[in-house]
Design a binder for this molecule. Structure first.
Ligand code: CP
Length: 330
């Protein structure tokens, strides 16, 4: 990385709550630091001292595999101590409020809190309440900002600049925080985004976000350079938005026939967890066109970058130390 040529100004955010509030410059800063950390992950000795002495507490009020493990791995790779509270056996089961839980975690000298919660807005609420950084790991159907960062980082690795790139997001947009964060990120980065799926899950009002809404799967697939699939978010749907999963699959599931409508070079993405045989057939999920597991791997470096920046690490230090081949940020 050429630190002098591309040196970004310092990161000023305490928290990482949403893509909506980020500037393009801030998104680029996260990408630059992610790229530097990703290079360090290729070394024999991957562990960096950047967050030594810090304690990061993960509060996952919803199930998670990828995000939780990636945040834990990122914390450990930066030499932080990490505690993942088991919410099922925490005092929230005795009626403790989110506010009290978070304030007690801070009083226990946590240096940073990573939170996933069913309630949209809870990370933003805590970020105003606490002096320690709060990182949003997904809040209801609102945002999943680190997921969008890793998705767009992967897209840039595959396509280069996203300016003018045609990206189709297929599936349950209405209830998807991943879709919302990606719409913000992709449009800020200049991509042309098309949302496609049944009209009940892809309502026309999404055009207000600067995207195209389509219910014509064939043309939405044929036009795209990247297809991002989303699963049906059963846990957030308050009423049935289509007759059955089988009906959804028959109309909008990505199968071999529909994949043949795609451009030969178009890539297939999915934030996970995938529902094989529902939104995507197994052979496509495992095909050469799929970058699903690369997305997951990039999630480590992205979370390292977000933790590092919100802990006060400077983009300049990681860029310069990466050039030296011996990262010693801060
Ligand atoms: N993509 C994603 O958020 O996956 P998890 O629910 O497993 O964290």
């Amino acid at each position: 990385m050429n630190a002098t040529a591309t040196r970004p100004s310092s990161w000023r955010r305490k928290d990482f709550i949403s893509i909506e509030e980020l500037t393009v410059g801030e998104i680029e800063q996260v990408f630059a630091v992610t790229a530097a950390f990703k290079r360090t992950l290729g070394r024999t000795h991957k562990k960096l001292p950047a967050l030594r002495g810090k304690t990061i507490v993960n509060l996952f009020f919803e199930p998670s595999t990828r995000t939780r493990v990636a945040f834990e791995m990122a914390s450990k790779l930066l030499s932080a101590d990490v505690i993942s509270l088991d919410m099922a056996s925490s005092s929230t089961t005795k009626g403790e409020t989110l506010r009290d839980t978070a304030q007690n975690i801070q009083a226990l000298n946590a240096d940073m809190i990573v939170i996933r919660h069913t309630a949209a807005g809870s990370p933003a609420y805590l970020s105003k309440l606490l002096r320690v950084p709060v990182i949003n790991a997904g809040d209801g159907a609102h945002e999943h900002p680190t997921q969008a960062m890793l998705d767009c980082f992967t897209l840039r690795e595959k396509l280069g600049s996203l300016k003018g790139r045609r990206i189709t997001i297929l599936g349950d947009i209405l209830f998807s925080r991943v879709a919302r964060s990606n719409i913000w990120a992709m449009t800020k980065l200049g991509a042309e985004v098309t949302l496609v799926g049944p009209s009940t899950l892809v309502p026309h009002w999404f055009t207000e976000f600067g995207v195209t809404v389509s219910h014509d799967l064939r043309s939405a697939l044929a036009d795209a350079e990247a297809i991002m699939l989303l699963r049906i978010q059963h846990e957030r749907q308050i009423s049935s938005h289509f007759p059955s999963l089988g009906e959804y699959t028959s109309m909008f599931g990505l199968n071999r026939t529909r994949a043949s409508w795609m451009h030969a070079d178009a890539i297939i993405m999915h934030p996970g967890p995938i529902n094989r045989g529902v939104e995507i057939d197994s052979d496509l999920a495992d095909s050469d066109r799929s970058v699903i597991l690369e997305q997951v791997t990039n999630g480590i470096a992205v979370r390292m970058a977000v933790l590092y920046l919100c802990a006060g690490g400077s983009p300049e230090n990681i860029a310069e130390s990466d050039e030296r081949g011996s990262p010693r940020p801060d």
